[in-house]
Design a protein around this ligand. Sequence first.
Ligand code: PLP
Length: 442
Amino acid sequence: MNYYSTNGKAPIADLHKAVVKGLAEDRGLYMPEEIKILPKVFFDNIKDMKFQDIAYNVASAFFGEDVDPDALQDIVYDTLSFDCPVVKVKDNIYSLELFHGPTLAFKDVGARFMARLLQYFIRQEGQHEQVNVLVATSGDTGSAVANGFLGVEGIHVYVLYPKGKVSPIQECQFTTLGQNITAVEVDGVFDDCQALVKNAFMDEALNKHMKLTSANSINVARFLPQAFYYFNAYARMQEIVNCKSLVMCVPSGNFGNICAALFGHAMGLPIKRFIAANNANDIVFKYLQTGKYEPKASVQTLANAMDVGDPSNFARIINLYSQNNKLTNEATHHRITNLISGATYIDEEIKEAMRQCYADTGYILDPHGACGYQALADGLQESEVGVFCETAHPAKFKEKVDDILGIDVEIPDRLAAFMKGKKQSIPMTKDFKDFKDYLMKQ
Ligand SMILES: *Cc1c(COP(=O)(O)O)cnc(C)c1O
């Protein structure tokens, strides 16, 4: 399958190129040329299938032309070595728990899938030179990418993070791993880390010295596998209720997760409608209300993984519903609002949702999932069944959750194990010359 750019000015790419490059030459996002509709028999039998097998069917539709079937099955099975259950919270509201992966957040699936797919292409080429992944993080992406790539032969990962600006729980998830993961502690802010990575990609001498690539969240290999979650959610819901009017609610920041869900819908997944839940960063919420997309600087909130002022995957959603820019803006907006509605919550409302849900049901929400829960509590009709994504385990935001709910959230063993590990990182200034000198010696 080939991939085209949402900006329409870059050459068509094959999957290998789209994965290695991440962003197209015209700075657009890659889109698959075809979205295959899955056969009715697949949906008829889906409730008897396990997560891995459901995902393999979905993965074949996207990647089956480009990856050998046995290898693809191996990649999918290895990526999804954990559960993705739906849990009843109250009445007709269910939580899709996307936090049972290695770092307890939904980004684990995309990161691991990308690592294994990249490795597949490296091996297929018979390439012996090590590939180096550079990633800048303000917290969550670094842990998902580092753990996804951990132990993957032929690939080394450098995680750049701002000194003193990530939480202790986040920091230990990428500084204690060792093996092929190097944490680089930059004396600066997140933007400095990102600037170092960007400069490295542009530096000729460095690119001659080592093969560099990125693991950015817009990468097709990171974003498309998130569709697996929604097919699994549908299957697991079929076990519980025979729901003809399923509403899927996704707490959204860069809109990659919900975009993958919408791809699932385009492949025939029977979801009646979607809700995109935002924190105070309400750019897409406003678009849904007005048809005008006006990006602005992000504001800091309790649900900080959703603090995005110009969501990159929004371009993919527009491209999908405008039929690659064939429809007018009005027609596109109309199609989108027929399927997707929005919700937005300020920090006080997020806290109140967490407290209310805990008092009513005992279910502990993290601040991101709380936006999803509340959007269903506010917007679900009686005849509908709603599922929201709980995108992170509450222990990942322990200090906030404990403080808001007045409890002591239990830390899962997996997270506790990270915290016992020995922190190892390379101290670095924010001066590109120092970072380059360091990489030239590797
Ligand atoms: C990344 C993230 C989100 C937002 O997902 P997008 O794909 O960027 O919309 C929501 N919650 C958590 C916990 C995250 O880490």
